[in-house]
Structure formats: structure tokens, C-alpha cells
Design a protein around this ligand. Sequence first.
Ligand SMILES: *Cc1c(COP(=O)(O)O)cnc(C)c1O
Length: 373
Amino acid sequence: MKERIFLSPPDMGGSEQGLVAEAFASNWIAPLGPFVDRFEQELGAYLDSHVCALASGTSALHLGLLTLGVGAGDRVYCSDFTFSASCNVIRYCNAEPVFIDSEPDSWQMDPDLLAQKLDEDDKAGKLPKAVVVVDLYGICADFERIEKICDRYGIPILEDSAEALCSTRFGRHCGTFGKVSGFSFNGNKIITTSGGGALVSKDESIVKRARFLATQAREPGPCYHHLTIGYNYRLSNILAAVGCGQMKVLDRHFERRRAINQRYMAELGNIDGIGFMPEPGDAVSNKWLTVMTIDPNVIKKTPEDLRLALESENIEARHAWKPMHLQPVFEPFECVGGAVCEEIFDRSICLPSGSSLTDDDQTRVINAVKKYL
Ligand SMILES: *Cc1c(COP(=O)(O)O)cnc(C)c1O
């Protein structure tokens, strides 16, 4: 059996181990320490924002909602086409998600549906407390329109940029559009700390509040005094050392994922019935994952057929996110539309896209896809 090709494995740049050794040598093992500060500074400088490094992208999104004041019984809109973590955090706050379908052209949250729903809920006197907008597969959502729509009602945006570090749109970095934003450094993302995340905002007071909540909400003073429920959500200094190493290769990872995407499109895009996730003209995406579509009217094979065929050659491919309104766990909650992302889900498959994928590996994937189709 040939060696396994993974969907999006970690890709170490080479300096990480040395930095971890430095953390050990100085005995800054836990919990915080100089590498956490450095990682926050480097990421903050890159995004021109304030940063709080955290244990996961999910914890960043959870604290994001808390800093926006989301609480029990509140309604929070969320992209329907996403990974469950985007909306699990709404339930952590005992708030209620309302899912918004994608627009067919970009697959991102549909601004028209959002505007329609806000208008309807405004008239009914039940506006949401926040809107979670996901930058799907590394492509920035249409914030030019979404921001305007939300501003009309004074509703803050939590941007789920877990997949979109390094991507830009309208000349701005993903993760700087939300009043508060979350990134993930999970093992499969564009850079990784093995597990980790960051909360990001232009508003320093939000980041300070997040840091407070993430460190058990301990009030200043010599006693252990608490006025608020806190969390233990901070990134460890050891993992932040890995993150500092990964920051050095972020641009390289970005270029590599884009090159992989371009080659897939060049070598598979001319097959009748094959397409790819669209990238709006004003967006520059990190191409976190290359998502390929199979038109069932042209090719009588499903994404699952192709996934199994690739698996038989020891190549890992995955389905696109299954829309949230199709998840039994979110069945009690409202969804505005849903047919668009259902159709995308039915036709899409994610191909190996990691920055460590070699040209030979990619040739293997491309040949396997061609052979099967
Ligand atoms: C990966 C991911 C998350 C969760 O990040 P973790 O670091 O794994 O907690 C949230 N939202 C989206 C869209 C993601 O892809």
C-alpha cells in the first residue's frame, strides 16, 4: 500500500522544536509565559489588532459571544454552512441559533437573507444579540454588505475566521471584520499549535475582558475573589512556542495552499461536470481546503463514491460541512432557507490541501480522481 496522503496535516517549519526547548530550558512550562506574549504580539502586529491566545478556536468563539453580551434566551444568527463549533458556542451561552443559508455565488452567508430576516425580526421585536459570520474554507464572507446590514440594527458581528488566517478581502485581513473574531490553530488549519486558538479585536477592552474570563475571572487583589463565572481557556506557553515557529512560515503555507488549489483547478477543472468553490474577485483566499464539486447531471457519481475510491488508494478526502439545519442536534432551531447549502453539500468533496503535500503526492491525487471519474 502506498503511503497515506492526509487531507490537511500539520506542517512544521523547522524552528518549532528549538523554541519549545527554549521554553523548557527557562522552565516556562505552564500555564502562561513569554511565548504566549510573543505569539500574541506577532499575530497582533500581523492583523493590526489586539489578540488573546487561547486553548482552541472554539474557546475563542465562546468568549467572543460572551464579550458581546450574549446570554440565556438570546437569539444569535449563524451561517448554516459551517463546522458545528461555530454554533455549539451559541448553545454554551444557552442562547438560540438561527441559521442563515448561503448565497449560491460564493457559498458564504447570504446578505439578502440576512437583511430579510433582520427586518422581519425587527418588526416582531426579537432582533438577535449577535451574528456569527463564517469565512468558509478560507474565503472571506461579503462583509462589505453584511456590515452595512448589521449596522442598520446595531447588531455586532462575531467573525469565525478559524479557517481564514492570511486571507484578505476588500484589502483587509480576514478576522478584522467582526467586532470580535476567532482563529483556530487546530492541527488541520493553515498554521497549528497542535491545539489552540485566538480571540482578536480592534477593541482592546474586548480582548482584556476575554483574557479575564479565560483565566478563571479572578478579580484583582490578594484573595481569590469572583464576581463572574470564569473559564480555563488560555494557551500554554509550550504550545505558544510552536505557534511562534509557525508564524515564520505562515506566508509560505499560504503560497503553497494557493499553488495546490491552482494546480487542481488547472488539471481537473476542464473535466465536464467538475467545478470548484468560487472565489470572489475582490477576495484573496488562503485556500485552506480545495473544495471540488461534481455536477450530478453530468457525472453519475457522488462525492461519497469518489471519497471511497480515493480511500482505496490511501488518500484522505472529506465531505464538505454538513449544513447545521440537517444536524439532529440543531433540529429544534430555525433556519432561513437551507436549500442552497444542502445542494452544495450534496455535490462537494474536499481534496488533500495541506502545505506539506508534495508535487508527486498531488499527482497521485489528480490521477486517482481522473481514473475514477
Ligand atoms: C476548526 C474550526 C473551528 C474550531 O476550532 P478548534 O480550534 O478546533 O476549536 C471553528 N469554526 C470553524 C469554521 C472551524 O473550521
